[in-house]
Design a protein around this ligand. Structure first.
Ligand code: SDX
Length: 394
């Protein structure tokens, strides 16, 4: 524990948000949660343990981790009355739309949503949300394929329950695989927080008005859905599948991405902060290569992804703009190998990001100096004008 970075070391007074949760060095490709390198956490930790770290700013003792894991299971059921809400969505509703709606609806189904109670019960509400977001997502998936929902099991860990609720059915005795459980846990760790990204800033801005945690998180889910943000992982898979349908020819897409008259961008490349290889993409790529060695079915898309990355990293247009693969470039291939349909990819991002969003909301509502967010603007409109009656207007 080398202690906190002080204000003068940490932030120039740029009006930036001050936070002690996550550190990113975009030039060096460094990512740390509460001071721990992402590589160490992926190697040694679990998503449950990293969620605890983000929420409490310390790694849990064995007893704390067991209790947290138990609480996650105790909170894993969705209020039975909430299940009726799924019937009001069209069959092909996007699961991100369902997720945002259901989380917002939790403000009505669970009490203590005024700020004072939320501050007092934040850890219980956090555990409830981290657990139920998984169940909410699985119910949306089962509804979309017309299958009965699968309830969580008491004796299963977080990712085991998640995979089983997704893929078990009365006629498909889905067997949990340790390598799949581990891969999912690492991917959720890699998505767990990322400083002041678009969706986290949205959660903080909505929360700064003293809106309750469910409403703030629901706003974050909406922001994440955008294809420039968390929606990029689904957009990458759509892009790779399209390239495959066109004979695997990548040059046309690279040329389109460089063409200033085209709005097309290579999904999964570029980042506002990382001007180097996204450290998360490096880890996901390794998992992807290992998993897809065994799952030959998805090899063609992986081959296209590898050729696309190789071509981009040799092209001056991208190198001069420091455009490298980001967290979304390889994640969809791993999710596909785990059995998830593409429209669930951004939902997986949201499930991973949940502890980070809550940690930021908690940090803000507990800061006595926190004020309502109010971005300033540079006005470029008309100078003062006099009102004209309609008959005098031309
Ligand atoms: C995430 O903020 C976070 O931390 C987000 C995230 C997280 O964990 O929360 O990391 C998750 O959202 C990752 C990003 C996923 N999005 C995509 O993969 C969509 C494709 N990427 C781009 O749209 C873009 O790179 C962004 C949105 C990620 C970043 O946009 P910026 O920082 O606003 O960059 P920019 O638009 O200013 O681009 C700079 C230049 C431009 O060219 P010029 O005007 O200089 O000629 O680079 C070009 C852009 O046209 N460019 C791309 C490109 N990304 C940027 N050109 C082609 N393909 C791309 N992907």
């Amino acid at each position: 524990e080398t202690g906190y970075i002080t204000m003068d070391q940490g932030y120039a007074n740029t009006g930036s948000c001050v936070s002690n949760i996550t550190f990113i060095d975009g030039e060096e490709g460094v990512l740390r949660y509460r001071g721990y390198n992402i590589e160490d956490l992926c190697e040694h930790s679990t998503f449950t343990e990293v969620s605890y770290l983000l929420l409490h700013n310390r790694l849990p003792t064995l007893e704390q981790r067991e209790n947290f894991s138990l609480l996650l299971n105790q909170h894993s059921l969705l209020h039975e009355d909430m299940r009726h809400l799924y019937n009001f969505f069209p069959r092909d509703a996007h699961p991100m739309n369902i997720l945002g709606t259901m989380v917002n609806a939790m403000s009505s189904f669970y009490t203590n949503v005024d700020l004072l109670s939320m501050r007092e019960h934040i850890d219980m509400t956090a555990t409830r949300l981290i657990s139920k977001i998984r169940t909410t997502a699985c119910y949306a998936y089962k509804k979309s394929i017309g299958h009965p929902v699968v309830y969580p099991k008491k004796d299963l860990k977080y990712c085991e329950n998640f995979l089983r609720m997704m893929f078990w059915s009365p006629v498909n005795n889905y067997e949990l695989r340790d390598d799949h459980v581990r891969a999912l846990s690492v991917l959720l760790i890699l998505h767990a927080d990322h400083e002041q990204n678009c969706s986290t800033s949205t959660v903080r801005l909505v929360g700064s008005a003293h809106a309750n945690l469910y409403a703030s998180i629901s706003a974050g889910i909406s922001a994440l859905w955008g294809p420039l943000h968390g929606g990029a992982n689904q957009a990458v898979m759509d892009m790779l599948a399209k390239i495959e349908r066109h004979g695997g020819k990548i040059q046309k897409y690279i040329d389109m991405a460089k063409d200033k008259d085209s709005s097309f961008r290579l999904s999964g490349f570029g980042h506002r902060v990382y001007k180097n290889y996204d450290p998360r993409a490096k880890i996901i790529k390794k998992i992807c290569m290992k998993m897809l060695e065994e799952e030959a079915a998805h090899q063609p898309l992986l081959d296209i992804a590898l050729r696309l990355e190789e071509a981009v990293l040799k092209d001056d247009y991208f190198l001069s703009r420091k455009l490298y693969p980001n967290v979304d470039f390889y994640s969809g291939l791993v999710y596909t190998a785990l059995g998830f349909p593409t429209n669930m990819f951004t939902v997986l991002f949201a499930i991973g990001r949940m502890p980070g969003w809550i940690a930021h909301w908690k940090e803000m509502v507990r800061d006595p100096k926190a004020r309502i967010g109010r971005p300033r603007q540079i006005y470029t409109g008309m100078r003062e004008r006099q009102y004209l009656p309609i008959e005098q207007r031309t």
